[in-house]
Design a protein. Structure first.
Lengths: 902, 80
């Protein structure tokens, strides 16, 4: 039997040790060496999840429901599988935007709204109240057990009248003092507490060792190992029934609900968020913690069932509450030292939870509830606010613990540890949807989050918290039995007549239904403003942005920024932060007076570490002149993805256009080059063709000039040649002009309905002189009826005459026969001029319609004509949408055919 | 496939598998008064599954070393 003073002394020594550890870690951290920067300490700090609930309550719950305690630890194990991408993302967001609490996180995500921050804070404070009272209850009960054992009368009767001799109140106050010492020594811009984390990690080791020691003692020393214990347990109806799941009130539904709740709780309880996210040193630590932490849970739970069975076997009368089995069993065996160690383990579990929870809640109360109001209501121009901040936080810690104490004092007696804790879990679960949707779904909007959170919280309040007041007699019990004002439909445990679930499942179902339903539903119909959309994008694409957003457009004076920061986080810290900034960004603050966007943003983040994102935004905008947000900044964040897509789309179109244009250009260039070549050729050919007749005219005129005594006949002959040559020259020039006119499109066309037969007949008539000269037979095979075509009469005549005169030219004299036919074929009107001349080589057949390509005379190899006639013919026929071609074989004459559309 | 995506998919599948294995109806299979190695079947199943699940998480999480992604990066990069 230990003396009371021994227990007190040991307790205080233990707390002193904790403080020494914290102080050492803080001191190391100030030197720049972090003792907590490794995944093992990180894992142990997460184990703050295991509170007095785990330490004492698990055994109690196991004694009532068998495996019913396990979902609380299986849920986090399942959740740990998702940490690597869910938790890591949240950590990254919190670090990039200097998030200091879960309220800050949600406020930042939903448009830096102080309304959300305040709402989350209220939910957290009210929701955690039962949880803190649970710890107080556990500590004070365990103290009474240690002092009065085995006098159970005293333990049961320790209810006291005044708070001044209530040991739970002392516990609360000691813990408050402890939290204040740990958490609010100074205002830090990062809001991290290395010392606290180190102490928590140490506590996690102590509670695991203490519980395991008790477990090993009870299982292996009091009994012959677990097999022996279970063998005993199997013999009694009372214990054997705990080996099945059917003892669980609410059955599998309850099992599922508890798993779900604990999955939410491990992430979103304010203190878990604090150690998991805010106190995280390196996001890489998550990788190891994801399996080390479940391992810790496994280790601390492995002896729960043996201890529960041992307790039930040894205290079958039920005079010892199952919640204190773990302490009562060693005491029964007279193991005072072991019992003291176990008591310390329980104290560790409780203090760890209370310290972290109160620090997290005080940060929230200060940054997200009190400061926004204070900044609005009071003029705080000249005050050193870092002291005010610390004062608010210290008061918040005391306030939170007092709330917990009063809840314990008025409600706690009528509940077991676990059922008190579950009420808090159900409250923390309300944060889950807003955070998970907020991290992955851009459209989750501020109004939707506010509605979802409030609805979930109100339902939780009505279906879990109010009934706890009713059950303790503070509200008439008829409220539970018959509903408020006798409205049966509103009975808090069977809301709207839903009576198939246990109270926890019932509450979780309705609150989650409302919470998720409103969050998703309103988001789908809501229209977000710019700020909300920016914050949503920043959160969801955090790996892409990583902070450099340059949202601020306006300018601020550097000195003003520094003054502002100094008021909140103190001048020393401000100077240090600015010095670091200037050295990494190579900015000399003594020269620059104006802060650029990046520096303003840096200051805002520092500030949001101290007073929360929403307040920081208000404070910084008060000294920044000009527009708050630059349009470029907005574009950069919100529209980056769509912009990039749009841009690449445009780029693609442009490149296709360019490709097409390049092709066209190449084609045009090729044509130009060809035309250029043709022009050169044309010019040189024309000059050549012009020179030949000119030369002969000149030569003959010189002869005539030099020989005045030339005979009359001879002179006449020369003059005759000269006349012929000038005629040829004129014809050539006329044809060149004609062709040029047609090709350039400047020719005048007189289109009319004409009779083709008549045109051909006329052409034959006008060329008949040529045929008579060479005695060539001309055969006309034209229809007797008129053939109507829409064409230029003179031009068609020109074509016909040209073809006929060519035929006359190439047909042999006397034996020559030229046939002219006009006929229909393949829906065309064809005109054919056939001769029995020498014919044309196949390779020449295509060329003859080109300029100056003359047909080599098969007999004497000398070209005849200007070489433009057929080219002109082709142009004319093509103008009439017709074709012209030649069919010929050497030695068998040629057929020139042109066709006109019918 | 992108190794990060692959890892995330593996973890999601692991999670889904865990949720299924630890709920009705699979759990009901073990809810009977029977002993395995002297330990009630339900307890044996839950604890053994727990161990296996932890091994799986460790296996997937530690398997392939991803590029380190700590923030802020500037702490690691010496400003030169």
């Amino acid at each position: 039997m230990l003396q009371e003073w021994v227990i007190l002394l040991v307790s205080l020594c233990y707390l002193g040790t904790l403080f020494a550890i914290a102080y050492y870690a803080d001191w190391k951290s100030d030197l720049g060496e972090s003792v907590i920067s490794n995944p093992y300490i990180y894992t142990l700090s997460i184990a703050v999840y295991c509170t007095a609930w785990t330490f004492y309550g698990s055994v109690g719950r196991a004694a009532e429901t068998g495996v019913g305690f396990m979902p609380i630890y299986l849920g986090p194990t399942l959740m740990a599988a998702l940490w690597w991408f869910l938790l890591r993302k949240i950590i990254r967001i919190a670090k990039v935007y200097r998030i200091t609490s879960i309220a800050d996180f949600l406020a930042s995500r939903y448009g830096k709204s102080s309304l959300i921050g305040g709402l989350v804070t209220i939910i957290a404070v009210v929701g955690i109240m039962p949880y803190i009272s649970l710890q107080l209850k556990a500590v004070s009960t365990s103290y009474y057990v240690m002092v009065h054992y085995p006098d159970f009368e005293m333990i049961q009767e320790h209810r006291v009248t005044s708070i001044w001799n209530d040991n739970a109140f002392s516990v609360a106050m000691i813990m408050a003092a402890f939290s204040i010492l740990f958490g609010t020594r100074h205002i830090d811009a990062t809001e991290r507490h290395e010392g606290m984390v180190a102490a928590i990690a140490f506590e996690s080791v102590v509670k695991l060792l203490a519980f395991s020691a008790a477990g090993i003692f009870i299982t292996f020393i009091m009994f012959d190992g677990p097999v022996d214990l279970f063998d005993w347990a199997g013999r009694y109806q009372e214990t054997a029934r705990l080996m099945k799941l059917e003892v669980l009130p609410g059955g599998y539904t309850n099992w599922f609900t508890l798993t779900f709740l604990s999955m939410m709780a491990i992430m979103f309880l304010p203190r878990q968020f604090q150690v998991l996210v805010v106190e995280n040193v390196n996001e890489e630590h998550v990788r190891k913690a994801a399996w080390l932490f479940p391992l810790y849970l496994l280790a601390i739970n492995i002896f729960v069932l043996p201890i529960a069975f041992a307790g039930m076997l040894l205290f079958p009368e039920g005079h010892v509450a199952p919640d204190i089995f773990v302490l009562a069993l060693p005491l029964t065996e007279g193991q005072d030292i072991l019992a003291l160690f176990v008591y310390l383990g329980g104290l560790s579990a409780a203090t760890g939870m209370v310290i972290v929870a109160t620090i997290a809640l005080s940060t929230m109360l200060c940054n997200d509830l009190v400061m926004p109001i204070l900044l609005r209501v009071l003029s705080i121009q000249q005050v050193d606010l870092s002291r005010v901040l610390l004062f608010i936080r210290r008061c918040s810690i005391i306030f939170v613990l007092l709330l917990g104490y009063f809840y314990y004092r008025f409600i706690g007696e009528s509940y077991t540890l676990v059922s008190m804790g579950l009420v808090s879990f159900a409250a923390a679960a309300q944060f889950g949807p807003a955070i998970i949707f907020g991290v992955f779904w851009k459209d989750a909007s501020r109004r939707a989050a506010i509605s979802g959170l409030s609805a979930g919280f109100l339902i939780w309040f009505y279906t879990l918290l109010l009934p706890s007041f009713a059950r303790s007699g503070w509200i008439p019990i008829s409220f539970l039995k018959h509903g408020p004002f006798g409205i049966e439909l509103l009975k808090p445990y069977q809301l709207f007549g839903l009576n198939m679930f246990d109270p926890i499942t019932h509450s979780v179902f309705w609150s989650m239904f409302a919470n998720i339903g409103l969050l998703v539903g309103i988001s789908l119909f809501d229209r977000q403003n710019t700020m909300d959309r920016i914050q949503a994008s920043l959160f969801i694409d955090v790996y892409r942005h990583s902070g450099d957003t340059h949202l601020w457009k306006g300018k601020a004076m550097i000195t003003e920024l520094k003054d502002l920061l100094a008021r909140f986080i103190g001048p020393q810290q401000t100077d240090r932060a600015f010095a670091r900034y200037s050295s990494t960004h190579h900015i000399d603050f003594s020269k620059d007076m104006q802060a650029d966007a990046e520096l303003v943003e840096f200051a805002e983040r520092l500030l949001s570490g101290a007073i929360g994102a929403a307040s920081a935004r208000v404070m910084v905008s008060s000294i920044v002149e000009g527009e708050e947000i630059s349009p470029e900044g907005i574009m950069k964040i919100i529209d980056e993805t769509s912009q990039v897509l749009e841009y690449s789309h445009q780029l693609e179109e442009k490149s296709l256009e360019l490709e097409a244009a390049t092709k066209e250009l190449q084609e045009a260039n090729r044509r130009l080059k060809e035309l250029d070549r043709l022009k050169d050729e044309f010019v040189s050919t024309v000059s050549h063709e012009l020179r030949t007749p000119l030369t002969s005219v000149r030569a003959f005129s010189e002869i005539l000039h030099d020989n005045e005594d030339m005979g009359k006949d001879e002179r006449h002959k020369y003059l005759d040649i000269m006349v012929k040559e000038t005629e040829r020259l004129t014809r050539l020039i006329n044809e060149v002009l004609d062709l040029a006119k047609i090709e350039s499109g400047r020719a005048d066309w007189f289109m009319e309905n004409i009779d083709l037969t008549e045109v051909i007949k006329e052409a034959v008539a006008s060329t008949s002189q040529l045929f008579r000269e060479k005695a060539i037979t001309i055969v006309e095979m034209t229809p007797t009826f008129p053939i109507r075509v829409f064409a230029d009469r003179d031009r068609l005549m020109q074509v016909a005459i040209n073809l006929l005169s060519n035929a006359a030219k190439f047909s042999p004299s006397e034996k020559g026969t030229v046939t002219v036919r006009v006929y229909y074929k393949k829906r065309e009107i064809r005109v054919e001029v056939a001769d029995n001349g020498p014919g044309i080589y196949p390779e020449e057949q295509k060329k003859i319609f080109e300029k100056f390509k003359q047909i080599t005379d098969l007999r004497n190899g000398k070209p005849k004509g200007t070489g433009l006639g057929l080219t002109i013919c082709r142009r004319i026929i093509e103008y009439h949408n017709g074709r012209i071609w030649v069919e010929s074989e050497p030695g068998k004459g040629s057929k020139f055919i042109f066709s006109l559309p019918d | 496939m992108n190794p990060v995506r692959k890892k995330i998919q593996r973890l999601l599948v692991l999670f889904a598998f865990g949720v299924l294995a630890l709920n009705y109806p699979l759990l009901a299979l073990f809810s009977k008064t029977a002993f395995g190695f002297g330990i009630p079947l339900l307890y044996l199943y839950l604890f053994v599954f727990w161990v296996i699940f932890i091994i799986f998480i460790a296996f997937v999480a530690e398997r392939k070393k991803m590029p380190k992604t700590s923030y802020p990066l500037t702490y690691n990069r010496k400003a030169d």
